[in-house]
Ligand binder design. Structure first.
Ligand code: FPP
Length: 236
């Protein structure tokens, strides 16, 4: 990859992993094969993202709405998550990456939840990259959960943005600077709803399993050329 010196790189890169199903369909394969190919791509991407010097990398792997998919697909995805944690956590850790999960705990199988907690604990001292897997995540659910936790704490007085943020799933993680969505859809699908207020967006028609180093380079170069003003007049 090209040299990063003097180049604006996102501190937090987020990706909506879309198009596994279409990738599989194009090849006459079952959808689950598309998810497997997507997982292999994700493994490659963690290494590339780390090489780029990105500090936080989050991916939308399963939304609060994805429970509506056929149960065979949901079970298959849960098995992929189990496989990933069991077989890949040592590799992630040796890359200096800390694995974190973001989302609601309800509905997830108990054994998977235990594995998730174990993986978080096992990698918690790694400081090069926070690799955030959003599983059973929904932006609206996150905001509602924060409000309910704040109420349960008997919070009194006017609620500020900072107050609410403290109740989000990962309050220490900075907002995404760049959100990439693969596979052609131009929507956020309930991802990082609050946090995306000033995110930059990048959309590509490439299906997630085909997203590669070259595509990442294009997205990062495009981001590097953006003028972020956060509602102000900076650089004008
Ligand atoms: C969206 O493609 C993708 C998903 C709902 C699942 C993403 C999951 C992976 C890439 C596996 C990740 C594994 C771990 C451990 C995080 P789609 O099925 O909606 O594709 P389509 O829109 O073409 O049908």
């Amino acid at each position: 990859m090209s040299e990063n010196i003097n180049k604006k790189i996102p501190r937090h890169l987020a990706i909506i992993l879309d198009g596994n199903g279409r990738w599989a369909k194009k090849r006459n394969l079952p959808r689950l094969m598309g998810h497997r190919a997507g997982l292999r791509k994700l493994e490659e991407m963690v290494r590339l993202v780390k090489r780029e010097g990105i500090r936080y990398f989050s991916v939308y792997a399963f939304s609060t709405e994805n429970w509506n998919r056929p149960s065979m697909e949901v079970q298959g995805l849960m098995s992929l998550f189990r496989y990933y944690i069991r077989r890949k956590v040592d590799e992630i850790k040796s890359e200096g990456a800390r694995i974190r999960f973001c989302g609601r705990n309800d509905k997830l199988p108990e054994d998977l939840l235990q594995q998730m907690r174990w993986a978080e604990d096992y990698t918690k001292d790694q400081e090069i990259l926070d690799f955030i897997l959003c599983i059973n995540y929904g932006g609206r659910a996150e905001i509602l959960d924060a409000i309910n936790k704040l109420r349960a704490d008997n919070f009194t007085g006017e609620v500020t943005e900072q107050d609410l943020r403290k109740y989000f799933y990962l309050p220490d993680v900075p907002d995404p600077d760049l959100i990439i969505r693969t596979s052609g859809e131009l929507r956020l699908s309930n991802f990082w709803l609050w946090e995306c207020a000033y995110s930059e967006f990048y959309f590509t028609d490439i299906h997630w399993p085909d997203f590669d180093e070259n595509e990442l380079r294009k997205a990062l170069d495009n981001y590097a050329g953006r003028d972020r003003r956060y509602g102000g007049l900076k650089n004008k």
